[in-house]
Structure formats: structure tokens, C-alpha cells
Design a protein around this ligand. Structure first.
Ligand code: ACO
Length: 431
């Protein structure tokens, strides 16, 4: 009997099975041989919400939630946030290695020449109601792009596929900015390809009559760092949507639309908005102790938003970077008055037994909303600011999936608990 195996005895039959263990996992399909009788389908696992199931092998992002580690392709997130740029990180995620200077230059040029969208895409966007939610506009318009690029269906043509990946990376900020301008009734601003990725985005968001938008370098860099921090987070809900839809060999525009829809949900991309609402309701530092007491003594339905994480049972490494970044942004924008309340909440929570025992620490959303607000982004736009950089993570994961011989169309099993077979009753005979 090998030592790297699991021995299972089926007490229904008394039979014993030896199952290989590889990378700390067993293959669920190895359980299928375990049958209670000749006609039995075989043993399956039941794992709603994928609490303990690895759906893929990946070489992109590593998280150790117990100690608070996040790495892209092996590089720690704090080093990337301090020393890299979003487009360099995008290259790293897509290619697996940091680019040389020439490779990075070529990559940036490639992205920049694809920032414009077809005029009819703009017309599609003009058809939205004035108060359409920017995430609804973003996800539909990314989906619309698939109709402009029918050859995106050729997903196994590596060079064509790469071209479409670059297109999405380049056009996400344009569509996102158009959605914002639409919501406030301002004319759409075309991309300025002299500017950086985030500089151009800020220009498309804010430019009015001036011939060239003067980007504040501190805000441009802050947004770039926020984009780095949000670029990938391994197999979360939206990435799972990207891979799930992509497993049907759907084109990348439609896949990104599906992933964006997943991110739209308040349990996933919407928590930073909730943090801001909570801080506004609190209104003053003096209300913090009573609020924390209320949470602790409540029945669990009231939560400290921006605290806790399914994976991180330690300080979210992204939150550490964001907290520092907030100070730099506030130097330019003026302090967000809610910051004081946030800091006091964090101080009290981190020394409180309730939060310590449950390993509840600030997550990425605790401070990011404060920065977005200080930079003048409306609250319902926060998730869009998450979707723009995450697109490259989705696309890297999608590309990895297409090249993985282990992957097939995603098709979970179910445990059927419904009615057994019965005959159809004609309408007139039904009571
Ligand atoms: N405030 C107060 N108590 C909390 C919080 C919180 N923010 N989060 C968890 N708890 C408590 C729970 O009540 C539970 O207590 P109990 O054991 O006495 O019942 C315990 O901690 C474990 O909580 P779970 O819900 O089992 O943890 P889970 O891993 O399922 O949830 C989640 C993680 C959803 C992020 C949760 O911590 C939460 O709701 N946080 C607030 C919302 C938030 O900030 N979400 C953003 C996450 S980051 C992102 O998605 C980008």
C-alpha cells in the first residue's frame, strides 16, 4: 500500500479501496468505483458552494489565508503594489513571467491601440436609461462586443485569442468611463493614448472642455495600485463564472460579461459600498463602541462590513496596502471625514475578543471605498472599479483553462431528492 494514498472502507459492503492523494487532494472520480451494489452509480461528493473542492490546477495566484499571503505568479502583492504597474502585472498574470523592458513597451503599445470602441458600441450605450446602473451597462456592453468580433469564437487560435484578450483589457476602461458619463448626462470622452492606463481612464471620466486633461500623478498612481490589488484572486465567484461559462467554449467577451455579472452581486464585489453606508450611518467616532457592542450582542445578522473573509483568517494583505495608500490620496483630496471612524472601528475590533476569536480582520473593502469616494467616484460605481482590473485575472484564468487537458465542460452532478417517476395527469382530471 503506497503511503501517499487514502484507504477507504465502505461499511455498506465491507470493501476497501485505495485512492491516490496528489497535491493534497483526491480525485472525486476515484470515488465512483465505490458502489453499494451492481447497479449503483457510485459514490459522489456533495459540496454546495465548493467549500472543499478544487476545480482546477492553477499556476496564477497563490493565497494562504491563515497567514495573509497573496502572490501573483509567485510575486508578493505588497512588492507588486510598491514597485510594479498595473499593465506590467497584467502581462505577468497573462504570461507567467515579468516582461523585459522591450516586451512591456510592446504590450503597452498593443493595449493602447485598442482603447477605442466602434461608434455603434457607443450608440448601444446611449440607449440605456439615464439612471441605468453602471455595472449593468458594463456587463451588457462587454457582451455586445462579441457581436462586433465574431472571430473571437476561434478560441483555440492562440494568436487571435491573445488579440481579443488585449482588446478587452484596452476597452474595459473606455466602456466603464462611458457608463459613468452617461449616468451624469455628460458627453463621452474618447481615449487619450498619450496617457497611462489609469491616466487615460481618469481623463475619460473627468475631462470637460480643456484640450488635454491634467492627470494628478498621485491619484493616477493610487488608482494603478488599486488596480494591481484587484487584478486576480484565484477561484472566487466571478472567476468561477468565467471558467464555467468558458468551459462551454464561449467567446471571451461573453465570458467576461458573465464574470462581471457575478461580480455585480452584493456578496462579491459590492461590499465596499456597504462599508461606506455603515460609516455614514455611524456618523461619529463616539458611536463606535455602542455599534461594536450591538454587533457582538446581536444574533449575527448585523455585521461589521469590510471585516472577515472566507479565505483570509488574518489581515488581508491588500487591506494593509490600501490603508497606507489612503493617507497618500487624502493628502491630495483632503481627508475623508469617515476615515477617523474607520480607524477607530478597526482599533476597537482588533482588540476585541469577539473579533479576535473569530479571526475577523479588515478585508480589501474596508478602506478602498473611502479612497474611491475621496477621488470623486459615486458609490454605485465602486464595483466597476473592481471589474476593470479583474478582467485581466479572469482572462488569465480562462486562458489557463483552455490550455489545461484536464478540463472539460463544467457540469456538476446533483443529489436528486424530488418526486419519483409518475404519470402525467391531463389538466381536466387534476384536482
Ligand atoms: N462582523 C461580525 N461578525 C462576523 C463578521 C463581520 N463582518 N464576519 C463573520 N462574522 C462572524 C459570524 O457571525 C460567525 O460567528 P459565529 O461563529 O458566532 O456564528 C463567524 O464570524 C464566522 O462567519 P461566517 O459567516 O461563517 O464566515 P464566512 O467565511 O462564511 O463569511 C464573509 C465571510 C461573507 C466575508 C463575512 O466575514 C462577512 O459577511 N463580512 C462582511 C462583508 C464583507 O466585508 N465582505 C467582503 C469580503 S472581501 C470580498 O469579497 C472582495
Amino acid at each position: 500500500m503506497g503511503s501517499n494514498t487514502l484507504t477507504i472502507t465502505d461499511n455498506r459492503t465491507g470493501k476497501t479501496f485505495e485512492i491516490p492523494i496528489e497535491n493534497g487532494t483526491i480525485r472525486a472520480m476515484d470515488l465512483r468505483q465505490i458502489k453499494a451494489g451492481k447497479d449503483d452509480f457510485g459514490l459522489m461528493t456533495y459540496d454546495p458552494s465548493f467549500m472543499n473542492t478544487s476545480s482546477c490546477k492553477s499556476r496564477i495566484t497563490y493565497i494562504d489565508g491563515d497567514v495573509g499571503i497573496l502572490e501573483y505568479r509567485g510575486y508578493p502583492i505588497d512588492q507588486l503594489a510598491e514597485k510594479s504597474t498595473f499593465l506590467e502585472v497584467a502581462y505577468l498574470l497573462l504570461h507567467g513571467e515579468l516582461p523585459t523592458a522591450a516586451e512591456l513597451d510592446g504590450f503597452i503599445k498593443h493595449v493602447k491601440i485598442h482603447t477605442y470602441v466602434h461608434e455603434n458600441v457607443k450608440k448601444c450605450m446611449e440607449g440605456f436609461r439615464h439612471d441605468a446602473h453602471p455595472m449593468g451597462m458594463l456587463l451588457s456592453t462587454v457582451g455586445v462586443l462579441s457581436t462586433f468580433y465574431p472571430d473571437a469564437k476561434k478560441i483555440f487560435d492562440a494568436s487571435l485569442r491573445y488579440h481579443h484578450i488585449i482588446r478587452i483589457l484596452a476597452k474595459m476602461p473606455t466602456i466603464a468611463a462611458f457608463a459613468y458619463r452617461h449616468s451624469i448626462g455628460f458627453p463621452y470622452v474618447y481615449p487619450d493614448n498619450d496617457l497611462s492606463y489609469t491616466g487615460n481612464f481618469l481623463s475619460m471620466m473627468k475631462k470637460m472642455a480643456e484640450p488635454k486633461y491634467q492627470v494628478n500623478p498621485i491619484l493616477e498612481r493610487a488608482l494603478d495600485v488599486l488596480f494591481i490589488l484587484h487584478a486576480d484572486h484565484e477561484q472566487n465567484c466571478s472567476t468561477n463564472a468565467m471558467r464555467g461559462v468558458g468551459s462551454a467554449h464561449t467567446d471571451p467577451y461573453s465570458c467576461v460579461a458573465a464574470a462581471t455579472a457575478a461580480l455585480y452581486g452584493p456578496l462579491h464585489g459590492g461590499a465596499n459600498e456597504a462599508v461606506l453606508k455603515m460609516l455614514r450611518e455611524l456618523g461619529s467616532v463616539k458611536n463606535v463602541p455602542a455599534f461594536v457592542k450591538d454587533i457582538k450582542e446581536g444574533s449575527g445578522e448585523k455585521r461589521l462590513m469590510g471585516f472577515g473573509h472566507r479565505v483570509y483568517k488574518n489581515y488581508d494583505p491588500r487591506a494593509k496596502v490600501i490603508k497606507k495608500l489612503a493617507e497618500e490620496v487624502f493628502e491630495v483630496t483632503g481627508k475623508n471625514p469617515l476615515l477617523e471612524i474607520a480607524i477607530e472601528l478597526e482599533r476597537i475590533a482588533l482588540q476585541d475578543d469577539y473579533f479576535v476569536k473569530r479571526k475577523l480582520y479588515p478585508n480589501v473593502d474596508f478602506y478602498s471605498g473611502l479612497i474611491y469616494e475621496a477621488m470623486g467616484f459615486p458609490t454605485d460605481y465602486f464595483t466597476v472599479l473592481f471589474a476593470i482590473p479583474r478582467a485581466v485575472g479572469w482572462l488569465s484564468q480562462w486562458q489557463e483553462m483552455l490550455n489545461d487537458p484536464d478540463q472539460k465542460i463544467a457540469r456538476p452532478r446533483q443529489v436528486y431528492l424530488g418526486s419519483p417517476r409518475r404519470d402525467y395527469i391531463p389538466l381536466e382530471e387534476r384536482k
